[in-house]
Design a binder for this molecule. Structure first.
Ligand code: GDD
Length: 403
């Protein structure tokens, strides 16, 4: 893969936010990895494959079409481990059962392994509770609904397999080639990072829409525009200089090294992606005390990469966009580092409403992963290990202290 070289980097303490890089070539031939600064960065096929063997791809899924899911699976590079976390209806039709059927068939044909679980499985909830995260459960004693919650579950499963990286791909993507490109971009960004603490966020090239019977490739995301604007204002409050560095505030498609991900708290629902930035700034921005001096020493690298493929997905409507935007502003507003002036601007933007608090969960690294694995395999009825040649590698790591 060949990417533009990012010439500008915004700093917030130990967090380096690299300006948007475009994909120049999705495949750059048999070149070797070149880490010299220049007009472009080449990441060799071998370097990408090395990362893919360590990369788990979590696919959050809620009532998406089986055909679309099959396309998504087909776009995930062979060496990545697929982890499906579903919150689909179980009745009157058991859609999870249909999803598992599709996953098993795909894995059989492609000769590859996968993991899957249903988010509302009582056994899964009990497992998280016994592993040390009762906060994830709602009043019914089940894991909360929400995309962020699915992502947290997926990260914990990825960590149990000892893979080093986790990436996320929405299950409503109509274009398998886009899925493939996103995964390649993840691998490229992770390969480019000398620090173990890395995050790669995709800025999609465009979203196709039909207008007047013609395809229109919109460049602007209605939610992202607002989220980015307020995250950039937060950065500017501390640096004293206006910036437009953040362009991926809502990036649903992103990957993260588990060394970093397991140290980060996660937000529920659609607040999850904007909260990544808030959490990075809070923990590693140098404004608040950190528990992770080791991260401060090496720094956190955030890559933002614009894909070549358009993002062609299911349109869930205006209310959905408004809710996503509000959830983003809520987490910025409630951050300990959000200055009063910015809070006022957020309240004003929201029409003088006081922003509610989103659910914020402890870092996955605080879970007792060995206990989680034992509990999930014993208690969760929906947990599936689609085994072709899955090495049952379970990691036993000492849980991190809670922040
Ligand atoms: N397991 C699970 N649980 N999956 C969910 C849930 C849930 O509660 N809610 C949504 N999903 C799945 C959907 O099935 C879809 O595959 C994916 O998560 C994204 O949800 P959408 O509802 O389709 O969101 P979107 O496409 O409007 O927004 C996406 O793009 C935004 C940026 O443009 C999401 O990825 C957002 O998180 C992102 O900010």
């Amino acid at each position: 893969m060949r990417l533009e070289y990012p010439y500008r980097t915004e700093r917030f303490g130990a967090v380096r936010i690299n300006e948007l890089q475009r994909v120049i070539e999705i495949d750059c031939g048999a070149r070797t990895y070149d880490d010299q600064p220049g007009p472009s960065r080449v990441i060799s096929r071998e370097a990408l494959q090395d990362i893919e063997r360590e990369l788990a791809i979590v696919v959050p899924c809620m009532n998406e079409s089986r055909r679309v899911i099959e396309g998504v699976l087909s776009g995930i590079p062979h060496d990545c481990l697929i982890i499906l976390v579903s919150n689909s209806d179980r009745s009157p039709v058991d859609r999870y059962d249909l999803e598992i059927g599709a996953l098993e068939q795909f894995c059989r044909l492609a000769d590859r392994p996968a993991l899957a679980v249903h988010q509302r499985d009582p056994g899964l909830a009990a497992s998280f509770k016994s592993a040390g995260m009762p906060e994830l459960l709602d009043d019914a004693g089940l894991v909360h609904h929400g995309k962020g919650e699915a992502m947290l579950v997926g990260m914990a499963l990825a960590a149990m397999t000892s893979r080093r990286y986790v990436g996320y791909i929405d299950s409503d993507n109509y274009v398998p080639g886009a899925v493939h490109e996103y995964c390649k971009v993840y691998a490229a960004g992770l390969a480019m990072t000398p620090s173990p603490y890395a995050m790669v966020r995709i800025s999609w090239h465009s979203k196709p829409k039909v207008r007047d019977n013609k395809l229109f490739f919109s460049r602007r995301g209605r939610s992202s525009e607002v989220t980015n604007q307020f995250l950039n204002r937060l950065l500017a409050e501390y640096s004293g200089f206006g910036t437009d560095a953040v362009v991926t505030g809502n990036a649903g498609e992103h990957a993260i090294s588990l060394e970093l991900g397991m140290r980060m708290r996660m937000a529920g629902g659609f607040a999850v992606e904007p909260f990544h930035f808030v959490e990075l700034f809070e923990q590693f921005g140098g404004v608040l005390p950190t528990r992770h001096a080791e991260v401060m020493g090496q720094g956190v690298e955030v890559w933002q990469v614009e894909s070549r493929n358009p993002h062609f997905h299911d349109n869930k409507g205006d209310d959905h966009v408004t809710s996503m935007r509000t959830q983003a502003l809520n987490v910025i507003y409630h951050s300990e580092i959000c200055p009063p002036g910015l809070k006022e601007q957020i309240v004003e933007f929201l029409g003088d409403q006081s922003p509610p608090r989103e659910r914020i969960y402890p870092a996955v690294g605080t879970l007792a992963l060995d206990r989680l694995y034992d509990a999930i395999t014993c208690e969760s009825e929906t947990f599936k290990q689609v085994v072709q040649r899955l090495p049952a590698r379970v990691r036993t790591v000492t849980p991190l202290q809670r922040t």
